[in-house]
Design a protein around this ligand. Sequence first.
Ligand code: GDP
Ligand code: MG
Length: 746
Amino acid sequence: PSAPSIMNSHFASIGEDSPQESYEHGIQVVDEDKDFNENLFTYLNLQKVIPAGFNYHLISVFGSQSTGKSTLLNYLFGTQFGVMAEQERRQTTKGIWMSKNKREDSGRGMAENILVMDVEGTDGRERGEDQDFERKSALFALATSEVLIVNIWEHQVGLYQGANMGLLKTVFEVNLQLFVKDSKTIPRSLLFFVIRDHLGTTPLRNLQNTLVQDLSKLWSTISKPKGLENSQIEDYFDFAFVALPHKILQPDKFEEAVERLGSRFREGYNDPKRSGLIDEAELPILLPQYHRRIPADGFPAYAAGVWDQIVNNKDLDLPTQQELLAQFRCDEISREVLIAFDEKITPFEDLQAADIRMGTPSIIPDLGSVMNLARAAIIKNFETSASRYHKGVYLRKRAELESKVDTRLKALFQKQLSAAHKSGVQAFSDGVSAAVKTGQKKGAAYDFAHIVESEKTKALSKFEADAVAIAVEGAPWSSHTQELILYQKDLDVVSSRLRKDEMRRLATRVERWVRSRLDESVGLEFNKLGTGRGGSGAPEHGERPASEKDLWDRIWAIFTETVTGAEKRFTDRAQSFDASSEEVDVGLWRLRRKSWGVLHAKIEEEVMEGNILLKLRENFEDKFRYDEQGVPRIWRPTDDIEGLYTRARESTVTLIPLLARFKLSKTSAPPPLSAWIGEPPASVSAADEDDLAPIGGVDEDEGKSLEEEMTVLSDTKQADLLIRFKKTADGVYVEAKRSAIGGMTQ
Ligand code: GDP
Ligand code: MG
């Protein structure tokens, strides 16, 4: 598994930078030192073959030196391969040359993008050299070419021991070495015999038969791998034959025949009946089954890789080469397509990062459509170029690319969604508060539950819209189901916080109501003290008027009734906005405690020194200065002023201890405050108790008893009040005395 990265290096050497070369004579793919030309990509790019995908063809020519191979290619394809000058007989440059067909548009219907390889110096044996280059170039040609043209003089046909047979033997052996390993993917190759200087005396068919017999004989002498001992040459090769007239003796006929031959370099279709011998003179020879299926943009790297293996005498394993090529090219294509993706996506990633750094995550408009377009484009672009390569590798690399892209898009998606979440919750909270404020301004009782519901609906549909806008087509991770649940939860949390606020506002309103009611009704009760006779009973008979005797009973009754009324208001309203029964219970408990505080304060206000002294004086005066019928007394000297004074004074004085303690007349005990307030509800929180004043006898740990809580006037206050009151009363008495004497003297 670690091998590919090392082996990939032989692909990576193909650069795109081009030195200034004209390529007039095509390109020397492999030179005489067996070095591979790194500019193959540049050349094919200049020839516009690189973007052709599978729409290109590769043809190689083989044959003895000086059999007119280059001459033929130049005629057929308009190439300018080096040709031996007729006088010099000097060998042209050794190596493998390549050129693109320059006669594509010659009207002969030739296929597009035909590349021709002219293999020079393949007949080392004739020149006494080693056969190394011959074998290596045969391997290279077979690994890459669809058609191998075998160039042969007519007079060489039938010379079984000739140099050509040696070359063909090499081709057959190499073919077995290359393709037999993986028997499922054996590509067929076409051996196209071109017989030169055909005199015409021997018909082509006879020459053809001779060659086929010789080839079969040759095939039988080759040692074959196990299991393939009985294989036939036709299992691996198709054959085609053509004869050309003598170029020098019959130049017109030669050119005519070459023209006809050129028209056969067009695309045909696979015909199962036509395997083996392709002998019909006019049939197209570029059949799909010969194509090596290397995409044009990967061909330079592939050819370099293949040559690298060959030249280093490594085991050339084409399926492995193709997988390695696929990995190399898919990685390259990934990098290429990521450039456009980065251009579109990186600015948004930066924007989000900046937003988050500033602590102001915001929803980026159009991000969804940008993401969708970028993702669709990168996958499409990758697919277009990479899907031509080895399927397994392509699918794996595509998945890698998708996951790389999706990791980034998912981060954008989630940050956008979290911004939508934050702003949605904020908008919801603001929306409710604003609607409540408007409701308060209008004065009428607004419907809090309705406000919350409608704001929540708005918030949910906004979030839904934001999430849909950012959803990426075909990306399962861009679902917002989970986030929606979290969002709803947060809205509920905010709702309950807002409801709590609303409960507080309601509590404040109800408390205000309680205060104003108690102000009025308790005030009234204390005012009644000012009328000492209270309408019934006379101090003479020692009976205390009801207004005095039942003061606390009435206050307690008024208080409890008022609070009951308030509780009902509170409960009704709280239920209207779906407060839970626990929340209502806490609210009521608080209301009772606070109401008690209101009453306590009111009582304290009533018994403040000046107030209570005034009340006692009024009470006394009422008793002293009015008779039983309520008629003001006119003092006469005979009147028992002293007696009346003493009785009225004593009657009023005894009011002081009565006022001093909040007691119910029936039980002579304080009202059952603790029971009335009740135990704190289980759901009460620390915050709920924060602003509550302690109540004696209720909050035991306060160290203040119920007696103390119910003490309206302390003993010292009572004593003080008594002294002051007596002084006031004395004043009234003196005045009465004076008026009695004064009335007499008048
Ligand atoms: P290559 O070494 O096979 O590429 O052969 P060349 O194309 O360089 O040609 C070698 C010599 O053969 C040259 O002098 C050509 O003029 C000559 N030649 C080319 N084509 C033919 C042909 O069809 N018949 C004959 N007799 N000579 C040819
Ligand atoms: Mg040549």
